[in-house]
Design a protein around this ligand. Structure first.
Ligand code: NDP
Length: 480
């Protein structure tokens, strides 16, 4: 079986121990043994990043462009192979996985360009003879902690801007899915990143993540994952004066109004709620439907759901791959049971047997729910959507905003009036009109409000707000 090492200071280094990466579509398929770092190894990676920062922070925009552009090209050239690996380790379908790899490649291409566009500005001073110059500088060593649901795209959208703006990186991917990030780091190393500029330490959050967050040599932490972990990391970063950025959960509403095109609405809800096995922070988990279209909508959803094929992520024709692991599967089933106990009616949501041992669950639609039920308040993170029936648009908007989260929101309507009002008044970082709440572009800001996010946006040119620090310089010609 293959062994995959940590990458520290330009060297592949065995871990203190190792863990197995298992295919959730087929538990007999072991992807490999992956090194587990301990706190000492993590500290060595941080020290290497600190040393490398001295030079990398002074590299030219051209050097950074060349590295990132090369990485983007390599990822795109290996899209099919890397997509297959990603589908094997995480369980999203092969087309979804190839799409995610393609997105990672595009992200590197975009930030290659950003390295050249960093710029700055010169502002006339209010004082005679003085000039003011506003520039951006890299922060230093960035610790990156990523979740399991986008094993290459999320590492890419954190690593690429960090490097583009002259920082060095220590990344800890989710223990469940280290293979895609391992391949990404190898690509960056082979593209010529100097030793210490990118470091990979795999292992448990409680060990490696904790060491990253508590090290005084880490200047900033960018985290994506659950609310509870994110808040704990944020508190520690705040206490030690680190800059931090948190992208966390969602309970994203999708409003369907009486005047919606039924086919468009059903397609947006099926995609948003169930594709990628519902394991997206932007998943449409609350479907808020007005009473005039309600019965037709539910009937059409059930017809579409019956036609969805749940199975091995690598099989052609699979629409929904397995749940990522047993723990998540149990969480999905627990929430389905809670929804029933609280008075909901559940369609689907059953374990499915396939030719291989895997974590297969049919998509679940929970009707007869109210906004106060736990299924409408807590993130499930599986192929489970609930439906809330409302009287009209005003009630729909109010229910949409009745949540502690605020990542993504959608509306299906043919009314310009309602779509405009919703875009302005829904409390979310991203809004979709007649489209699924999940599925975003790579060159524009990504992030949410309320309990979903903390700190500046990720992606697009807005990413520089987190990965750089602003300097204001006052220049006087001095005595002449
Ligand atoms: P977790 O919060 O459990 O883990 C996220 C990362 O944090 C993992 O790498 C994990 O390590 C690490 N971690 C865990 N404990 C600590 C700690 N004490 N100190 C430092 N790091 C730690 O989330 P999941 O990976 O389970 O991902 C699912 C969750 O993430 C969902 O709730 C989902 O909503 C959210 N999410 C949000 C996104 C967004 O952009 N808003 C995107 C994707 C997911 P380990 O390897 O041990 O698990």
């Amino acid at each position: 079986m293959s062994q995959f090492a940590n990458y520290i200071d330009g060297q592949w280094v065995e871990g203190a121990s190792a863990s197995r990466n298992v295919n959730p579509s087929n538990l007999d398929d072991i992807i490999g043994e992956f090194a587990q770092a301990d706190a000492d190894q993590t500290q060595r990676a941080i020290s290497a990043a600190r040393r490398a920062f001295a030079q990398w922070s002074m590299s030219t925009p051209q050097q950074r462009f060349d590295l990132l552009d090369q990485v983007g090209s390599s990822i795109l050239a290996r899209k099919a192979e890397l997509g297959r690996l990603l589908a094997r380790e995480e369980g999203k379908t092969l087309p979804e996985a190839i799409g995610e790899v393609g997105r990672a490649g595009q992200i590197f291409k975009f930030f290659a360009g950003e390295a050249l566009r960093i710029g700055g500005e010169t502002v006339p001073s209010v004082r005679p003879g003085m000039t003011v110059e506003v520039t951006r500088e890299p922060l230093g060593v960035i610790g990156l902690i990523t979740p399991w649901n986008f094993p290459i795209a999320i590492p890419a959208w954190k690593i690429a801007p960090a490097l583009a703006y002259g920082n060095t990186v220590v990344i800890k991917p989710a223990d469940l899915v280290p293979a895609s990030t391992w391949e990404l780091v190898r690509i960056i190393a082979e593209a010529g990143a100097p030793a210490g500029v990118i470091n990979l330490v795999m292992g448990r959050g409680a060990v490696v993540g904790e060491a990253l967050v508590s090290s005084p040599d880490v200047d900033a932490v960018s985290f994506t994952g659950s609310v509870s972990t994110g808040r704990a990391i944020g508190a520690k970063c705040f206490a030690s004066g680190k800059k931090f950025q948190l992208e966390m959960g969602g309970k994203n509403p999708m409003v369907v109004l009486d005047d919606a095109d039924l086919d468009v609405a059903v397609e947006a809800c099926i995609n948003g709620a169930f594709y990628s096995t519902g394991q997206r922070c932007t998943a449409s988990s609350r479907l808020i439907v007005t009473e005039g279209i309600y019965d037709r909508f539910i009937d059409a959803m059930k017809v579409r759901m019956r036609a969805l094929k749940v199975g091995d992520a690598l099989d052609a024709g699979t629409h929904i791959g397995p749940v990522v692991d047993d723990k998540q599967l149990q969480q999905d089933e627990r929430y389905i049971a809670i929804a029933r106990e609280e008075g909901g009616t559940v369609f689907g949501g059953e374990r499915i047997e396939r030719g291989t041992r895997g974590y297969f669950l049919s998509p679940a639609l929970v009707t007869d729910t109210t906004p106060a039920m736990r299924i409408n308040r807590e993130e499930v993170f599986g192929p489970v959507a609930s439906v809330i029936k409302v009287k009209d648009y005003n009630e729909a908007l109010s229910v949409a905003n009745d949540t502690e989260f605020g990542l993504s929101a959608g509306i299906c309507t043919t009314s310009l009036k309602y779509s405009s009002h919703f875009r302005r008044h829904v409390q979310a970082g991203m809004v979709m009109v007649n489209a699924a709440t999940a599925g975003v572009d790579y060159h524009v800001p990504f992030g949410g409000r309320k309990g979903s996010s903390y700190g500046p946006r990720e992606q697009g040119s807005y990413a520089r707000e987190f990965y750089t620090v602003v300097k204001t310089a006052y220049v006087s010609p001095g005595a002449v």
